[in-house]
Design a protein around this ligand. Structure first.
Ligand code: AMP
Length: 365
């Protein structure tokens, strides 16, 4: 696979407007980092009242496939980025000459678990054994070839463990109705730990990595990210970084890119990629010299990248999911906590409402 040369366009000057597709907490934290560098943000999202728009100069409320609204939005922006990877790809042609960073190809690949695994495999990565499942016959074939336990996942639109069915034995498979969904069946990976590689690639092709966090999930949702990762992960970070850099280069990527891995006895197994800033990188706001949000803004604006090293011996980030956010006052009672609340009005179980970061002097604080 050939790598795409980065563009060396002039930097986008502070004072200009950055367009953000998506209105969630990632967009909110991007807009806050952009403000620090003197940029304004314009948020585009289908919902009128979004937590990103709350901190942005401007907002468009329109469906993602409204090409007139997209064209008007692009005309008001010097560069467009996305914080949500399920933005439909075809209507983005309406952005016209306004650059989209990260590139649309990254979005296209990351939206489809099958395309993503094939792409990474071609570059030398190892995903869990997987097979496409479009009907009952393909499901039977996948169960025969891969066996159980395994996980059936929707190819598109799944996140935080949604659109997934664990198949512990062939019996579980009998109870499922596929009803024409486009799916993928994956073998269950016997892993020691989960971790992510988060990198930023500048417009000039320079790549920097943050320390890899070890990630603990609960019910398929990220619960905690810890830096440094344990020894099982640490031994696999360099192989995982090498693959992640190949992915970034093959895509001519600009911005922050995340790849998630399982640390296994036979090396890092690729799980999925996110062409954006990532929940497992929220610790970088206080814990790294330059946060993932600031470096994403620097990259997409063609500015020099900031240092990514960790500034303390250890960092821990805990997500505040559902009604855990109600603990905000007691969390603030510990003056060492850095509390982030996303300003979401409605608390739902499983909804990410905020996070809390602690800088630690050792790995156990
Ligand atoms: P995903 O949405 O694919 O990231 O899945 C959410 C979580 O489910 C992952 O972070 C893992 O904890 C678990 N998981 C997903 N796929 C697998 C797999 N093939 N084997 C074992 N655990 C998995």
């Amino acid at each position: 696979m050939t790598s795409v040369s980065p563009s060396t366009a002039d930097p986008i000057t502070p004072g200009s407007t950055i367009g953000i597709l998506g209105g969630g907490q990632l967009g909110r934290m991007l807009a806050m980092a952009a403000a620090q560098l003197g940029y304004c943000c314009h948020v585009y999202a289908p919902d009128g009242d979004t937590v990103a728009a709350d901190v942005a100069a401007d907002a468009t409320c329109a469906p993602y496939d409204d090409t007139d609204a997209l064209a008007a939005f692009a005309a008001a922006c010097s560069v467009v980025t996305y914080e949500f990877e399920n933005v439909p790809v075809a209507p983005l042609a309406a952005l016209g000459e306004t650059p989209l960073r990260a590139p649309v190809r990254a979005l296209e690949i990351a939206q489809d678990r099958l395309a993503e695994k094939r792409f990474v495999e071609q570059l030398g990565g190892t995903p869990a054994p997987f097979m496409q499942v479009g009907d009952e016959a393909e499901f039977t074939a996948a169960l025969e070839a891969i066996g159980t336990p395994g996980i059936l996942k929707t190819r598109r639109d799944g996140y935080d463990g949604k659109g997934q069915w664990r198949i512990m034995s062939p019996r579980d498979a009998e109870d499922l109705t596929l009803s024409g969904k486009q799916l993928i069946y994956e073998g269950f990976v016997d892993f020691t730990a989960e971790f992510s590689v988060i990198l930023v690639r500048g417009l000039d092709g320079e790549i920097r990595f943050w320390d890899s966090a070890q990630n603990d999930h609960s019910s398929g949702i990220l619960a905690r990210s810890s830096v440094p990762a344990g020894p099982a992960v640490a031994a696999q970070v360099s192989a995982a970084r090498e693959l992640s850099a190949k992915v970034a280069e093959a895509l001519g990527y600009v911005g922050v890119l995340t790849l998630e891995f399982f640390a296994t006895a036979s090396g890092p197994v690729f799980n999925e990629m996110a062409p954006r800033v990532h929940n497992s990188g929220h610790w970088t706001i206080e814990g790294a010299r330059t946060s993932q949000f600031e470096n994403h803004i620097r990259a997409i604006c063609g500015l020099p990248l900031g240092l990514t090293d960790t500034i303390v011996p250890a960092v821990r980030m805990d997500n505040l999911i559902g009604d855990r956010a109600n603990d905000w006052l007691s969390l603030l009672g510990d003056p060492a906590n850095h509390l982030h609340l996303y300003g979401k009005a409605e608390i739902n179980p499983g909804r990410k409402m905020g996070h809390v970061t602690r800088l630690l002097t050792d790995g156990h604080g």
